[in-house]
Design a protein around this ligand. Sequence first.
Ligand code: PA5
Length: 431
Amino acid sequence: MDDIKIAFRDIDDTSYENIFGRFAEEIVRCHAAIHNKSGLGNEYLGWLEKPRDYDRDEFNRISVAAQKVRDDSDVFLIIGIGGSYLGARAAIEALSNNFYNQVNPVQIYFIGHNMSSSYISDLLELIKDKRVSVNVISKSGTTTEPALAFRLVKQMMEEKYGEDASKRIYVTTDEKRGALKALADLQGYECFVIPDDIGGRYSVLTPVGLLPIAVAGIDINELMRGAGEGMTEYASTDYINNECYKYVVCRNLQYRLGKKVEVLVNYEPNMAFFGQWWEQLYGESEGKDGKGLFPTSANFTTDLHSLGQFIQEGSPILFETVIDIIEPRIGLAIPQIPDAKDGLDYLEGEEIQYVNRTAMEGTIEAHNRGKVSNIIISIPRMNEYYMGKLIFLFEKACGVSGYMLGVNPFNQPGVEEYKTSMFKLLGKPGF
Ligand code: PA5
């Protein structure tokens, strides 16, 4: 198998053809709504063709800026929250050494995704003697968490570099609007654009994700190539064989059967942040009008020793979507040690990945017996190409799923509620 494939391990053992039959008309309708741009929130469908239509000049500027950062910095600070940070972090962690900050020439730290004075202070202390560059990312340019962090980081950069600070600060924001854009123009920071027609959680394949990912030494050409293949392949009107729509159909079947929670499971610890990116994508897109699956993620086999009991025998509210990466980034065989007395002789010479994937197989079987259905997304190996394709698969499946659910998958009105309450309490003018 040399592609991303979806399989369904339904507890009822129904064939996919049968399941698809129940959703065929809806898939055709939602596919048309996305591609004709006639559905709710259609002004935010820019991500759909971006892997083909991206701005090549800006893409080249990103590569040049990334190389400059790699040449003149020990630390790259990424300031952003939600869609302005999760995608970059997900891709960097998934495609890097598990301990990338200990082994890579440029250390990457994330800030502006919380309001913890301890976190901010610890980080600024950690990097104070290093050569630092900064990427502040905010579409609105007004979000409190990154704005607060940037105020402190800017002060640190100006104390450290004086006027030259502006040559080390990169801004990713709206093309024309917002406080951050105005500040960038005033200070002469290099700017990259978050397109108007792409919302935060769909923006990883724009400069929002691409600059941080490129600084991490990851091949963004390959990432976009994978996304581009996904764009073509998942536009196929051979609906029943469209892998993206297979995922849509299977998860919506679970929703209609009364499941409330979808758990995105991985068996590779560096996919943990990918789970967080996916949580935001699905949570903000579908969780509205009293509808939607609650998206959460789990890291197996680690979490089998904490959440496994609930999944097996607890409230029957969930199903699992398993990311199965077939070939590990690095293989490792279990050594033959005479008289080791650790009970592992029967596995001697086997690959650890064989044990990991057998654990996956056993877990799926066990959870099926516990009435938990599994959608399995198999990926030949995790590299830039498959990461780009997987991102696109999940983005498109999310848009189509949202339409199937009858919600606008591209807005997030509920997110504003906490901000309004917070601003009132803080006494922000106008609230
Ligand atoms: O998906 C979204 O729209 C949000 O998560 C935003 O990305 C997040 O709130 C950050 O917003 P901004 O980029 O405007 O700072």
